[in-house]
Design a binder for this molecule. Sequence first.
Ligand SMILES: C[C@H](O)[C@H](O)CC(=O)C(=O)O
Ligand SMILES: [Mg+2]
Length: 406
Amino acid sequence: MLQKGSVDVAAAGLSKIKHVRAFTVRGGGADYHDQGEGHWIDNHIATPMARYPEYRQSRQSFGINVLGTLIVEIEAEDGTIGFAVTTGGEPAAFIVEKHLARFLEGRDPREVEKIWDQMYFSTQYYGRKGLVVNAISGVDLALWDLLGKLRGEPVYQMLGGAVRDELQFYATGARPDVAKELGFIGGKLPLHHGPAEGLEGLHKNIAELADMRAKVGDDFWLMLDCWMSLDLDYATRLAHRAYNECGLKWIEEALSPDDYWAYAALKQNAPKGLLVTTGEHEATRWGFRMLMDMDCCDIIQPDVGWCGGVTELIKIANYADSKGVLMIPHGSSVYSYHFVITRHNSPFAEFLMMHPGPTEVVPMFHPQLIGEPVPVNGRLHVSALDKPGFGVELNRDLPMHRPYTH
Ligand SMILES: C[C@H](O)[C@H](O)CC(=O)C(=O)O
Ligand SMILES: [Mg+2]
C-alpha cells in the first residue's frame, strides 16, 4: 500500500526496465571513421601515429575503425524500447551485457542519476575514460531515449526546454567552400601534415588553409582540427601562422588529451583572438574540470556518446557555464542537438560532413538512424526535434550482431 504523497512507477504510468541488449554493426554511423575507400575522412590526416610513415596515409591502417558501432537497446516491461548508438563495438557490448545491465533491469527508468552513478563507480577500477565510458554513455543515452518514449516527450524538453528556435551549425570536412554555399556558419578542415613531415609539411598546411581562405572570403569561420597530432612547439607555430596569415578562428585538439600542461601553455602562447578548443576525447565531469581549472581551452567539445552521456554532460555543461567557457559538443548527431538547443553556452553545433566528397549534406549517422534530421541552409528548427526521446528509430535492416548475452 502506498503512503500518502509517495509515488510508484506503476502509479506514474511508467513501466520498469525489463531487458538491456547490446549489438554491434559495421559501416559508418556512430563509428563515423568506419567509411569506404576514398572518403575525405581517411585521406592523409595528421594523427599521433603519423610519426610512423607506414600509418600516415590512412587512419584505418592503424585501426581507427577497429571497434565499430555499439547499439544499446533498453526494453521496458510494456514493450517500449529506447536505444542509442555510439562507438565501442564488441568490447563495449561485453561491458554492457555482462556488467552494466544489472544496474538497470527491474529498475524504474527515471533513476538516471543513480543508474549512472552505479555504472561509473562499479567500473571505476578498470574504467574512468575511453571504452568503458563510451559503453556507459551508450546506456545512458538509451535510457534517456526510453524515458522520452515512455513519457511521450522529446529529450530536449526533459532537459528544460529550448532556449532558441533553431540550431545553427558549422561543418567539419575537407570542403569549407562547399559548406559555405550550403549555408553553414563556418568550416573546420582536418589538418593534413604533422610534425614528422617537417617544415615542408607546415608550409603545405598553411598553403592549404590560405587557399581555402581565398575561396571562402574574409568573414567565413575557418577552423583546423589537429586530431591530437602536434607537439607544443609545432602547435604554437601553426597557431600564429594560421591566425596571422589566414584568419583561423580556432585550433582544435592540437595536443595529446593527457597533456593538460601543454594545452595550458598553448592557450598562453596562442595569438590573442585565436580560440583553443579541445575535449572530444575527454570524459566525465572530472576530466573536463581539469581542462577548465587548468585553463586549457576557450571551448570544450565533449562528445555526448563518449563523455558519459546526457546525465554527465549536464554536469560538464553547468560547470562550463559557471566558468564562462563555451560548450560545443563534438559531432554526435541527435544526441548533441537535443542538448545544445537547451543551452545558452552552446550557441551553435557541429555537423560532421559524412558525404565522401564532402559535397552534400547527408545524415551524420547514416545508415543507422531512421528519421535523423539534417541542417537545411546550415540550420535546424526546434520542431525537427519534436518527437519522443531522441526522435529517431533504429534501422533494423542493418546486419546487427549480438556477440554476448546475459
Ligand atoms: C576530422 C577529424 O580528424 C575527425 O575525424 C573528426 C573530429 O575530430 C571532429 O569532428 O571534431
Ligand atoms: Mg575534432
